[in-house]
Design a protein around this ligand. Sequence first.
Ligand code: FAD
Length: 477
Amino acid sequence: MARVDLAGFNVDADLLRELAASHPEPVELTPETVSAAYARISRDSRPVGELRRISRKEVEKARASNERIVFGLGHASVAEHAVFNFDVLEVSRLAIEALEAHRLASYTEKSQRYVRLGEDYAIPEEVQAKGLGDAFTEFVSRSFSRYALLVARLMASGVPDKLAGEDARYALPLAVHGQLGMTCNARSLEHLVLRLNSSPLAEVRDLARSFLAVAKPVAPSLLRYMTPGPYHLLREADVAEVVRDLLGPPAAPTPLEGPTDLPPTGVRLVNATADGDARILAALALPTLGTDYLSALAAIRALDDDGRARLYAAVTARLGVHDTLPREFELASMTFEMVVSAAAFGQQKRHRMSSLTTWPYDAALGVTIPPAIAEAGLSDILLEGAAEAEAMAQRLGGPADPVAAYALLNAHRRRCLWTLNLREFYHVSRLREDEHAQWDIRHLTSAMADLVRGAFPICSGHLGGKDSFAARTAPAG
Ligand SMILES: Cc1cc2nc3c(=O)[nH]c(=O)nc-3n(C[C@H](O)[C@H](O)[C@H](O)COP(=O)(O)OP(=O)(O)OC[C@H]3O[C@@H](n4cnc5c(N)ncnc54)[C@H](O)[C@@H]3O)c2cc1C
């Protein structure tokens, strides 16, 4: 029978320090020995438990071995066996976005939906350096006053307490602090620190230093190449120069009430796998047909719509609300162009099994006003905050300066492309079209789902939130 031994698991660092302090001999606590032992598995026939014991006894040798294998030979996945947990505190929403852009990590973040926010925010060092610290502080303080006013007025108009806070936060800027728990392995951490180090924002570069300050002492052999080179620092400017040269200067920004270049839903489908339904169904039929893939595709294409629908019905007949669609659904993918509020983006970015290509927040794309705020006649309060935020952002350098985004609000918007396959979109749809989802991302996801139904009419048959699953799958009649 196969044997599995527990070789390690994450334990609270405070407890580890207490245990080490009470240990009779000095003990070095490091995840590196697990990586070093696993690195030897490929060339050493001794049982892996013994390899771990050897690594534990000779930590310096384990470190030298990691450096040779991970960095010398490029066997980098070995570094993935060392895993860290980090408490990340006093970090702005804007810096959290830079952090959570990294997909190979786990995050759990304080929700601005569920937690009533106190006046806790970053005053970026670039803002101080421009001599605008006091003006920025006054601006953020007024934003918190507007937040409190919106909460009170929304509640007075009958909006429940939780929803009032959830919508009032559209008046808060991206400088507001959050906190999160984060888990990632040493390989991901090295990449993440490199990328954070290339940020134009001092706060984000500080975050990189903070990660290293706590992780490097416990895993020095696994964290090495984290200094950005010219490729990381200058690539965007190089591209911009050639684009200007080839295609002329950027279009003059036109102030918009909303994303008028997109449909009113704020989203359009810019690319979808041609004949995605047939491609998925062909892969599902292939093992039974016993042919190659292209022959299976030709056979599925030759079927009429009823035949294809019957095949899809067989795939999904026993599907439960928590089940994922089979991997064949990854054969159809799509790219959406969208203009989203910072509040919606904060949720969208958490879907790691997808590709998000983003552009900076841009006041010219207008603001998103929560329907409850509009219905309660409170839009002016939010619009006053947006105007003040835009004036502050202008003083901070305007759209050309990344620091300006600290002043923009959760209501402000950015443009992005979101590329994902149909299997992942099912997951997004289950979570984000559900009754528990926040209204902004729910509207966005429903609009996306309509577009997906147009692109893949058969295989999109079970899209929808968890709450509507039973109704969708109930037998007719
Ligand atoms: C109603 C609601 C409330 C929420 N509230 C909060 C909140 O308060 N705070 C907060 O931080 N987040 C919150 N979230 C976000 C939520 O925790 C998820 O981060 C988000 O929904 C993305 O889902 P996902 O991780 O399943 O998706 P993806 O990242 O796209 O992953 C897709 C699937 O891949 C697998 N997967 C991906 N990465 C891993 C991994 N590292 N390990 C194992 N499996 C993996 C899982 O099966 C996952 O479902 C909330 C979400 C919803 C819908």
